[in-house]
Design a protein around this ligand. Sequence first.
Ligand code: PLP
Length: 460
Amino acid sequence: MRYVSTRGGVEPLTFKAAVMSGLARDGGLFLPESVPDLSGALESLRTLSYAELAYEIMRHFVSDISETDLRAIIEKSYGVFRHPDVTPVVAVGPVHVLELFHGPTLAFKDVALQFLGNLFEHILNETGSSMNIVAATSGDTGSAAIYGVRGRKRIRIFVMHPRGRVSPVQELQMTTVTDANVHNLAVEGTFDDCQNIVKDLFNDLEFRDECELGAVNSINWARVLAQIVYYFHAALQVKEKTGAAKVSFAVPTGNFGDIFAGYMAYRMGLPIERLVLATNENDILARYFNSGVYSLGAVAATLSPSMDIQVASNFERYLYCLADSSPQQLRQWMADLKTKGSITTPDARHGCFAAGRGDTAMTLETIRDYWNRHGYLLDPHSAVGVAVGTRFIDESVPMICLATAHPAKFGDAVLRATGQDLARHALIDKLMGLPTRLEKAPADTAAIAAIVRRHIAAGA
Ligand SMILES: *Cc1c(COP(=O)(O)O)cnc(C)c1O
């Protein structure tokens, strides 16, 4: 399997090269040249463990890592999860909740970033080279990426978060990791500023080569790949339990990474009726799927900060599919976005997609309702997914709602919704009072580049 850039300006790469490259050198995102069809293999996948299933899915996309090595990377990555099913599904009221928060930082990002950390290490050990990761986070990617690479010899990581805009728990999860290879940068700006700086640094090819940059944001194909697995895992379990022929998924969405993995699963032949895209007040994607116009607005801070995003980096991957793999059309749309602030695509051929928005009042109401009626505590991101997902429930099709974070990461929202301090987790309580480390930085690409160079020069 080879990987092409959405912008069409580079030769196709192997899996390992695409993973190490992160963003393509023409500014595009990598996608597999073809999509494997697993519709005939579903029965044989049904009884596999999570790690076995992950291998059976990933092997179609990874042709340059041996079976033994890929299995070992997968087992190491999912062995650290606290639940034997890795991503269990529980029936709650009218929906099935897919719990993706049993990893080390209590958010779904661990599913991909534990895998990516082990994958990077494997490849760097083979080549004997090193890597400097530059990442942007709205809260959860940062800690998950840091836990994926902390203490690893050949890797240094710089994580930019918008100063004061991540939750206190998210900040603690990042800044209490004081390993020498971990650098937290508190940037005076928004998440979109941080994400733009990452893109600028990658597009500065000289800097990128000089500093051996690596990417952990969902621009990295390996993250999407790892996330495809739990769509299969959950759908197969729920089909088995309910006898339904098809399932639907509701996905709380920010950067379009998670739901793009669901879209890949759909294209691979997983029987998905609907993929429900759920946004908070930052509803550019929900508006797009209901109107065919993708038009930029301002970012608003909400109870679900990991979804407070305007420019959804992975949306480019979907646009490329919509453009029938035409880089010319894709480049035209990206140019429109730059010059006009919007993209209009022809008649929506959105197949499995449905979309809606869950605002702050609905988020709080959903958390309260699920706690009062079902004794189940949702975090505010997952609550957005449930609030929107339940609007699209069809009697005969189970609705699987992705729970993307443990409620203890967002205890303030839970307190506001229920009036009680219910959301606790020992892993978070343990962080209180630990020493922290962070560096303040302006929202300026040159200043961030200087910080990266300074640490590399100092060997720290
Ligand atoms: C990152 C994140 C999301 C959004 O995922 P995308 O892949 O960016 O769409 C939703 N919920 C939580 C808790 C997250 O950390």
